[in-house]
Design a protein around this ligand. Sequence first.
Ligand code: ADE
Ligand code: ZN
Length: 338
Amino acid sequence: MTFIQRFIEEMPKAELHLHIEGTLEPEMMLALAQRNNVELPYKTLKDVRKAYEFSCLQDFLDVYYLGMSVLLTSDDFFDLAYAYLEKMNTQNVRHVEVFFDPQGHTERGVSFDTVMTGLISAFDKAKGDFGITSKLIMCFLRHLPEDSAFETLASACKCKGYIHGVGLDSSENGHPPSQFERVFKEARDNGFIAVAHAGEEGPPSYVGEALDLLKIERIDHGNRLLEDAVLTQRVADSGMAMTVCPLSNQRLQVVKNLADHPLRKMLKAGLRPTVNSDDPSYFGGYMNENYLALQAALDLSHDEIIQLGRNSFLGSFMTDKEKQKSLEHFDLFTEKFS
Ligand code: ADE
Ligand code: ZN
């Protein structure tokens, strides 16, 4: 293993773009289907893995929503989240900001409380067992109507202390952020911070709408932002972080090859990209695999990796004091590593 590979693996880092439902490994999918008597169109691990060939975001989303149908009880959500956090502990991930998609569950008759109970107990246990800190971000599914988002927000308002922010995900094209302006205003008025998937497949104007109408504090993906030089400069000047997901971009064919990935261009443009896994079980890698693949494809330097690691804490929603502490620990690690 090279110096830079070891550095990546051991570097303390934060994950800021992770859908908990996207950590459902094929083994767990089949085990939960059996435990809960859920019929799946897959019988073997080979069948499941065969379904993981995607030509675009929608292709993936169809499989992702089908996969999550095995999640029924609080124990299922606990097992899912704790397995992810155990893995992150082995990858030196110290802080996670995790998306969940309640409408993907309430639409199937699984209650909001069932989801929350399982997730919260897993995050609490991981804090005690590994010292990993976490924040939950509840996403609205943009292919569903505004009414459904408002209903979901009402449930979130009942557990305000446990949910840090709201996000927007699912099928991007044809569902501009403007469709959710009112629900985001109500969410912000209730104290939730806002983020949104924008510019993954959708045009740069969706990033502009997410900034101006949803008043987001971080951009999820944002690859296509670079097509608009004026907007790029504005985001760079703001210091806002972007949660970039290299293996996801490759598997959903947002980029043809990882070597074409825009991350270095983002750094050169003065933006603040971070590296994340999105839906690791579907896209072939967790945090370290994303860093390693991107480093190899773009030949990222030691300094660029350090920049990305620092960005992960700087771009997080930790308090200034927590950020300072994490960065001191990070800087000590980089000084001592040999
Ligand atoms: N839901 C889970 N992963 C997603 C992604 N990459 N884009 C949009 N919605 C998602
Ligand atoms: Zn995502």
